[in-house]
Design a protein around this ligand. Structure first.
Ligand SMILES: *Cc1c(COP(=O)(O)O)cnc(C)c1O
Length: 405
């Protein structure tokens, strides 16, 4: 490396980060990138040679390792190999991609769908393809980073509104020129808090102010609605969302992202999103796995029901034990610890007792709202959930986190 000056800010940033993680590691409080050696099926994982109960999973319906999904991936490898010849527009579009897009459209009840190589990239490139300079993006304050990044990249005016506050959104909508092009974007289920966006009022405002509505269903597909179709099913609404975005990496045990919507919208995105045009197609095995996962959800509705029962048991059980779970109504369950240090210590004590859970601290959440971010899945059995809750109580006693009684 060539020599750097003492004022070099890149070197300073690297040094500051190193000091921060070395300090945490020295106290056994460093929980970033913990290697999980094996996924043991159900809700168990192997960490540092020890089997633990997984309470930090996005696999909400317990589909990782499902025999049908594994078989679909293997068959795709046998048929196509592991890669593609490049981007979709050149030589990368295989029958598995088309089949996946058709399956997603069927599942979401739309005319068409388009897939991208990740959920992050989907938000980034779709928002940037829809709006630009002179347009407006209205974004919930707790929206996922990929939405924020997409809005900033688009060059549109970026207007944030108070979390899930429809009066605040209406004020913002009313404050811009009536003829301006507007896009409202929100998570369906918020990834740190587990609460659900007020879609009925949001849709009403979108109609009233002639704004496009885009909803990110990363934590809503498989989770919300009688058959797991997502937030519209949850609220008994139909086609109020123009741009139905989701990921293939959470409930769907693969990788990738998608948008479902009208045929014209999807066609436009196929020609206008830079990541579709300049980044390689999904590997065939992952596309086939994702398509099969949607079919499994449709064929095994008990999974959605079980997740609902487990969620109910987990949230009400934690509240009965005196924990503050904020406003969650879904499988993402914050266990409030207040300060960062308590959150780290709660994590450590939970791990000691065989529960794999991770802390979320500032700046990911506001100062004072540090928490364990626990997730429950259809892979848990009722006794797993009881065990985790008992461990959290023991951990709280150990670290002095007061419980309401
Ligand atoms: C995880 C997540 C994404 C990104 O999806 P990936 O497929 O992991 O890139 C986007 N939005 C939300 C709300 C998420 O939670």
């Amino acid at each position: 490396m060539n020599p750097k000056t003492a004022q070099d800010r890149i070197a300073q940033r690297i040094q500051a980060m190193r000091e921060r993680y070395e300090q945490l590691a020295s106290q056994d409080l460093y929980y970033y990138n913990i290697p999980v050696q094996e996924l043991k099926g159900g809700a168990r994982v192997l960490v540092n040679g020890r089997e633990m109960l997984m309470f930090a999973s996005y696999s909400y319906l317990g589909l990782i390792g499902h025999p049908r999904i594994n078989a679909a991936a293997k068959a795709a490898i046998d048929k196509y190999g592991t890669g593609t010849h490049g981007v979709r527009t050149l030589a990368g579009s295989l029958p598995v991609h088309q089949e996946l897009e058709e399956t997603i459209a069927e599942f979401k009840g739309t005319e068409a769908a388009i897939v991208f190589s990740s959920g992050y990239v989907t938000n980034l490139s779709v928002i940037a393809a829809l709006v630009g300079r002179g347009d407006y993006v209205f974004s919930d304050k707790l929206n996922h980073a990929s939405i924020v990044d997409g809005a900033l990249m688009s060059g549109a005016r970026f207007i944030r509104f108070r979390h899930n506050d429809m009066d605040a959104l209406e004020k913002r909508l009313a404050s811009v020129p009536a003829e301006a092009t507007k896009l409202i974007v929100a998570d369906a289920v918020f990834s740190m808090d587990g609460d659900i966006i007020d879609l009925p009022r949001l849709a009403e405002l979108a109609r009233k102010y002639k704004a496009w509505l885009m909803i990110d269903e990363a934590h809503s597909v498989g989770v919300l609605g009688e058959t797991g179709r997502g937030i519209e099913e949850h609220f008994g609404l139909k086609d109020v969302i123009d741009i139905k975005m989701g990921t293939l990496s959470k409930t769907i045990p693969s990788v990738g992202g998608y948008v479902a919507g009208s045929r014209d919208l999807i066609n436009y995105l196929r020609h206008a999103t830079r990541s579709y045009i300049f980044s390689a197609a999904l590997p065939p095995a992952q596309a086939a796995a994702a398509a099969e996962a949607f079919r499994v959800i449709m064929d095994e509705p008990w999974r959605v029901e079980k997740l609902r029962a487990n969620t109910q048991q987990f949230i009400s059980g934690l509240q009965e034990r005196g924990f503050d779970t904020l406003y969650t109504q879904t499988a993402i369950v914050p266990v409030l610890c207040h300060d960062d240090e308590t959150a780290f210590k709660m994590t450590r004590e939970s791990h000691k007792r065989g529960i794999f859970v991770l802390p979320v601290i500032s700046p990911a959440v506001p100062v004072g709202l540090a928490r364990l971010r626990a997730t429950v899945t259809a892979g848990h059995e009722p006794e797993d959930i009881e065990r985790a809750m008992d461990v959290f109580v023991e951990a709280a006693k150990e670290v002095g986190l007061p419980l309401k009684k």
